[in-house]
Design a binder for this molecule. Structure first.
Ligand SMILES: Nc1nc2c(ncn2[C@@H]2O[C@H](COP(=O)(O)OP(=O)(O)OP(=O)(O)O)[C@@H](O)[C@H]2O)c(=O)[nH]1
Ligand SMILES: [Mg+2]
Length: 511
């Protein structure tokens, strides 16, 4: 009883073929506007130029034969010499072929998903050689792609001499093994890829610890799998020997590694908790000082850091890469009417964020959580800005962030299609259109921020004796608005607006 998932409809097949052609066609990609697309096209072009030209030279044959062998994931062996190193980081993704399933939605959505995967792969430092999408109702439980398509994928991998397949989803350990068995190269899933990017980019101690924890969490249930592929490889030479005897020590080894990993995870958790407290204290200090805060949030690569830089002239890293920013950065800024506030740059959002990373992400969300205003940056030059808005809003909805006032900003107006801009403007009439590149729309953006910053709202009528000059001095700070100030025989008479939290400091001077 064989269940046939793959639709046999030749039209669908044709459509998929066309889609793949389109993804790989240089012409098409040249016309597209994102740089990631260009990158992808470049790789595809390189592929067209000679990806499958093998020479008669014998040496190549040997190399080819080697390539056909299943490569072990460097650093993923169960023999972790030192788990503190998280060798998983050293995963070298070089020449990769992408594979995705088109299970729902339109063909364009499936295509964009694969393009995003290509951009992620580029960010991780690999060269994308090819991409394959299969139309299928559900992933194959054994090999992710259907058996037939998996074999086709193996051919593609062989033709290009790719060393890695990246799959556009999170694979079950058994699926990864199944696909590796068919294709004979290492298979990475989207989760591992994103974890790798985070590991490469994390800067702060807390960020690094969180990513390491996430990697170990990902690794732990997969340890057995790696152990098995290793013994399977050893089986080539020691075929007969891989019996009862060789099994015991292997199992013990895995158990041992598991325990070491668990210990390491516990240690990391303790450390992170400590660092969290430190961050908490810092934030509490900011809160006490009553500086209004604005958080810049949005999909990865939307231009959040560029906007922060333009607003504050801070030199925050801007890169055409996904997840250039991994640690929330706080800068001080001043509104056009002189109210001091803090501006926080945050980690970009991405669809299907690996669950292991949600905790790491939470530190960013905490910063957003406490903000008085969220500037939600959207890349208007992206092919699907609405989908990105939805992905971000979904995260907002799942947290308390939903209640915070949100200022939607469409960035990259210089590069966006005017028709798309018009459509977005119609759908989001309150939103602003800006360009961090040209500065267009920034006057309006600064005005909108100033207008939405919380203001001191408690009206006080004070008489401060001349002996308490420091109080007058304090009232002249950024946190207070002074309406009138006159000098009377008993002291300075002031009518002021203060933040509610500051009121108690001045109650003894109220007349
Ligand atoms: N054409 C154009 N490009 C822009 C604009 N703003 C940003 N970019 C580019 O978009 C890319 C991403 O910018 P970043 O500011 O790093 O984006 P981000 O949202 O901070 O990205 P992550 O931190 O990676 O999530 C960079 O290549 C920028 O140069 C803009 O207004 N117009
Ligand atoms: Mg950034």
């Amino acid at each position: 009883m064989v269940t046939q998932h793959e639709p046999t409809d030749p039209q669908v097949d044709q459509q998929v073929k066309k889609l793949i052609d389109r993804i790989l066609s240089a012409e098409d990609a040249k016309a597209s506007h994102t740089q990631a697309d260009d990158e992808y096209a470049k790789n595809a072009q390189a592929l067209d130029a000679g990806g499958s030209n093998y020479t008669e030279f014998d040496g190549d044959q040997f190399e080819l034969a080697q390539r056909h062998a299943l490569r072990r994931v460097a650093g993923l062996s169960t023999e972790l010499e030192d788990v503190t190193e998280v060798e998983y980081r050293q995963l070298r993704l070089e020449n990769v072929v992408l594979a995705g399933l088109w299970t729902e939605g339109t063909v364009t959505e499936a295509e964009h998903s694969l393009r995003e995967l290509a951009a992620l792969a580029n960010t991780a430092g690999s060269t994308v050689l090819d991409g394959i999408i299969q139309r299928r109702h559900a992933p194959d439980p054994a090999t992710f792609l259907g058996r037939g398509k998996a074999e086709q994928l193996a051919d593609v991998v062989r033709e290009h001499g790719a060393d890695t397949i990246i799959v556009d989803t999170e694979l079950a350990p058994s699926q990864r093994r199944g696909l590796e068995d068919v294709c004979r190269v290492k298979v990475i899933d989207r989760t591992a890829l994103i974890l790798d990017i985070f590991a490469q980019h994390a800067q702060s101690k807390e960020g690094k610890a969180q990513v390491e924890l996430a990697q170990l969490e990902y690794l732990l249930p997969r340890l057995r799998g790696w152990g098995e592929s290793m013994s399977r490889q050893a089986g080539g030479q020691a075929a007969g020997g891989a019996g009862i005897g060789s099994r015991g020590p292997g199992e013990t080894k895995i158990e041992l590694d598991r325990r070491r990993i668990r210990d390491r995870m516990a240690k990391l958790r303790r450390e992170i908790k400590g660092m969290k407290n430190a961050r908490e204290t810092k934030r509490a200090r900011r809160r006490r000082n009553q500086v209004p805060s604005v958080a810049i949030a949005g999909y990865t690569n939307a231009g959040k850091s560029s906007i922060l830089n333009r607003l504050t002239k801070a030199g925050v890293i801007v890169e055409n890469a996904l997840f250039a920013t991994l640690d929330p950065t706080v800068r001080s800024a001043e509104s056009i009417d002189g109210v001091a506030y803090t501006l926080t740059d945050t980690v970009g959002f991405v669809r299907q964020l690996p669950t292991q990373l949600v905790e790491a992400f939470r530190s960013t969300l905490e910063e957003v959580d406490e903000a008085d205003l969220i500037v939600h940056v959207v890349d208007a030059s992206h092919p699907e800005p609405e989908a990105q808005i939805m992905a971000v809003r979904q995260v907002f909805a799942e947290t308390q962030i939903a209640d915070i006032s949100e200022l939607m900003v469409f960035n990259k107006a210089d590069a966006a299609d005017p028709l798309v801009l018009a459509r977005l403007q119609r759908k989001y009439p309150q939103a602003l259109i800006v360009s961090a590149a040209s500065g267009e729309g920034f006057a309006q953006l600064e005005a909108a921020i100033a207008q939405r910053l919380p203001r001191p709202s408690v009206h006080l009528d004070l008489l401060v004796p001349y002996t308490d000059g420091d109080v007058v001095h304090r009232l002249h700070s950024d946190d207070t608005e002074i309406l009138t100030e006159t000098y009377e025989p008993e002291g300075t008479a002031m009518t002021v607006l203060v933040y509610p939290q500051d009121k108690d400091n001045y109650l003894s001077y109220v007349r």
